[in-house]
Design a binder for this molecule. Structure first.
Ligand code: GN1
Ligand code: MG
Length: 366
């Protein structure tokens, strides 16, 4: 089955093997190894999750546009083979960006970035700096893409009040009879409902501008150079669309400033590490400081709270709904993931003033 799909793509050589790859929670990813005149070549094959992305054709148009735009800019910077350092599509033999199989599933192939490395949790402050820098550099690279040139591939993504409403509905429906087992978590959410509209209100008030943003910059979506640890590129471009930089910064920090990771077994180990926060912020502002407004910078710490809350209620709602959105490895996985985000949120609440001071004191070169 996989072999016949792979044969649709114009990858040269003979297929040696395929294996599941990576740890994304949405799409299915495979590593494909080919032998091409004796040389080993690797490619990434992905099936787009069409219950999440209901318009895969539009996802692919966005991915084509963004990858081509970044490649063009890198070439202008003197990088001769951009596909060795940034995601680039391998087209099908019919020159399409994806292949739709008989069942209606959409597949696409990327060049494998040999020099790159991704980690599921942050390693140290240097890694945190590079994760922040990779995000800032990405935003800078796409900053001249007109926002209306991109489709909204996931309407309502990062509209926190919508996730809260979905959580309420899931609680009321309680299709899996799980509501009675999450009393503490329900109380936790109930005490923080006012967080939900904070970022969307900023958009509505036009206090901060819409820009093209990544929307999913967690640690393992930022590739670093294996040899040096320097940020190389952002992966997982399906959610790139107009938004506010706070969706990105908030998500990046909730992921990269918690050394215990999203799947931490020991809840006590979960928390925001201020030194890592400082490193992410420094890396991010090094690249993005030049184009951000002062209002955008001042509101960065708030985003960490809101996006962490948002992901917590998304995991918890999925648990209540019977785990239909995020891939799980055990029946309590989404509940545990929600508990990790809520524990992280508590520690963010305890350090938010210090986070705000660090951002306010950070020099920004323009
Ligand atoms: C999903 O696809 P992946 O694993 O990079 C999710 C993000 C969450 C993340 C949590 C389209 O990202 O919003 O923050 O899981 N992506 C989508 O790990 O919902
Ligand atoms: Mg993703």
């Amino acid at each position: 089955m996989l072999n016949s799909i792979i044969s649709q793509f114009s990858a040269p050589g003979t297929l040696l093997k395929t294996a599941r790859f990576g740890s994304g929670l949405i799409n299915d990813t495979y590593l494909c190894e080919f032998s091409d005149s004796g040389a080993l070549r690797k490619y990434i094959l992905q099936r787009i999750n069409t219950s999440v992305f209901t318009r895969p054709d539009q996802v692919m148009e966005n991915v084509e546009l963004v990858t081509a735009h970044i490649a063009k800019k890198l070439r202008a910077e003197g990088i001769a083979d951009p596909y060795t350092v940034t995601p680039a599509l391998v087209h099908t033999r019919r020159h399409r960006s994806s292949f739709r199989d008989k069942s209606g599933a959409y597949w696409r192939m990327f060049h494998f970035i040999e020099s790159g490395l991704v980690l599921d949790a942050v390693a140290d402050a240097k890694h945190a700096y590079e994760v922040g820098r990779g995000l800032g550099r990405f935003q800078a690279l796409v900053s001249d893409l007109p926002a209306d040139s991109l489709h909204d591939t996931l309407p309502g993504f990062h509209v926190t009040p919508r996730y809260l409403a979905e959580f309420d509905a899931a609680l009321a429906a309680d299709v899996k009879n799980r509501a009675s087992g999450i009393v503490a978590e329900r109380e936790f959410v109930g005490e923080r409902r006012s967080l939900a509209p904070m970022l969307t209100d900023l958009i509505a008030s036009k206090e901060i501008p819409l820009r093209v943003v990544h929307n999913d910059p967690k640690v393992n979506n930022v590739m670093v150079r294996a040899a040096t640890g320097e940020a190389l590129c952002m992966l997982d471009l399906d959610t790139v669309k107009p938004g506010i930089v706070h969706f990105d910064f908030g998500d990046c920090v909730r992921s990269a400033a918690n050394p215990a990771g999203e799947d931490a077994q020991d809840l006590e180990a979960v928390g925001l590490d201020l030194a890592l926060f400082e490193a992410i912020t420094a890396g991010y502002l090094h690249e993005a400081g030049g184009f951000l407004t002062q209002a955008e910078i001042a509101l960065l710490p708030l985003s960490v709270k809101v996006i962490t809350f948002e992901l917590g209620i998304r995991f918890l709602a999925d648990y209540l709904q019977g785990d239909t959105y995020f891939k799980i490895k055990n029946p309590l996985h989404n509940l545990h993931r929600a508990q990790v985000q809520f524990k992280l949120l508590q520690s963010i609440e305890a350090t938010e003033e210090r986070m705000a001071d660090l951002v306010a004191q950070h020099p920004v070169s323009r």
